[in-house]
Design a protein around this ligand. Structure first.
Ligand SMILES: NC(=O)c1ccc[n+]([C@@H]2O[C@H](COP(=O)([O-])OP(=O)(O)OC[C@H]3O[C@@H](n4cnc5c(N)ncnc54)[C@H](O)[C@@H]3O)[C@@H](O)[C@H]2O)c1
Length: 308
């Protein structure tokens, strides 16, 4: 599928690290044109090969992205600018201003920021309505979610339509929020996972397994609300709230706050090294990606786009 029918054919991609590579692979696989820039020479050098690898994971014939010779050149003809630079308010504020100055007046700018709000980073641009938070979930070429927030609903809807047409599942936020939606939920879970580790309740490996062998099985197909609706049996969410709501409150009152000092950080690193048995990151990424590809082949995935 490609987006030739719309005005989002030319993607100017700035920041060619983990997220930039995944986005580039996805856009190219969908027939869009990508011109990329990264200030780091090593990132530019590795870019085409990394994109090709991600395209192969997608089952697509690798196509080469164009590499620009400057940031301004990368976006000079862009209809959509995709910003994937490091997570820093000061850097993104300046960068978004520069990108809007260099891009065509009608171009939209999508920031991949994981945590920052539109109001944190769009303060210096001339036209904030054309800057939208479009947060992908890592790896962007294999996970369908894109969280959108922008101050101009018609711009956000236009972008939501674009992401839908290229096979993504956009969620539009009605107000801006630090960490958007999915990362806040992930952070809530990770905070508690760390607390359980700090309290000595279980090892890193055991805590991870308690997720992947348990609730994680459902989370690929059901969010928290539908999960608890079905947890109420025939009585659905109403029965769940009346029957097990108090036990949720009992648990919430005991949720913990890990203390992130150096000693604990070292314990986390040792725990992860033990759980992964010294494997390098690259084969672990490859295994994750292969499993994500397998998950995408499940028939329910198509349904999930249309139905609750
Ligand atoms: N890694 C994740 O899981 C993830 C998921 C979703 C969104 N994001 C967001 O995507 C963005 C990029 O994260 P990442 O994980 O790809 O980081 P990364 O460190 O892998 O890549 C960042 C790239 O930006 C480049 N860069 C540095 N200064 C720059 C500048 N001034 N202009 C343009 N590029 C610059 C770096 O050379 C590097 O190649 C961040 O905003 C992050 O919050 C990350």
């Amino acid at each position: 599928m490609n987006d030739r029918a719309s005005d989002m054919q030319q993607i100017g991609l700035v920041g060619a690290g983990t997220i930039g590579v995944g986005w580039a692979a996805y856009f190219l696989a969908r027939g869009l044109d990508v011109t990329a820039w990264d200030p780091d020479a090593a990132a530019r050098e590795a870019f085409a090969d990394r994109v090709a690898a991600d395209m192969r994971t997608l089952g697509a014939e690798p196509r080469r992205p164009r590499l620009a010779e400057s940031q301004a050149q990368a976006v000079a003809e862009a209809q959509l600018v995709v910003e994937n630079a490091p997570e820093s308010i000061a850097l993104k504020r300046r960068l978004l201003r520069e990108l809007q100055e260099a891009a065509p007046a009608r171009a939209l700018i999508a920031s991949s920021t994981s945590s920052l709000r539109h109001s944190d980073i769009a303060g210096e641009v001339a036209d904030p309505s054309r800057v939208v938070i479009a947060h992908p979930f890592n790896p962007p070429h294999l996970v369908p979610l894109v969280e959108l927030y922008g101050p101009a609903p018609e711009v956000v809807q236009r972008l939501a339509g674009f992401y839908r047409r290229i096979g993504k599942q956009p969620v539009v936020m009605r107000k801006e929020m630090v960490g958007h939606i999915a990362n806040r939920l992930s952070s809530a879970l990770w905070r508690e996972a760390l607390y359980l580790l700090q309290e000595g309740v279980a090892s890193v490996e055991e805590i991870d397994r308690a997720v992947t062998a348990g609730p994680g099985r459902r989370w690929a197909i059901q969010g928290p609300f539908l999960t608890y609706h079905l947890g109420g049996g025939r009585g659905g969410i109403r029965h769940y709230l009346d029957h097990l709501g108090p036990s949720q409150e009992y648990r919430w009152a005991s949720l913990g706050e890990p203390i992130m000092d150096e000693v604990f950080k070292q314990r986390i690193v040792e725990g992860v090294n033990a759980a992964t048995r010294g494997q390098e990151v690259v084969p672990l990424v490859e295994r994750r990606d292969a499993m994500l590809v397998a998950l995408q082949r499940l028939p329910e995935d198509d349904d999930a786009k249309e139905n609750y």
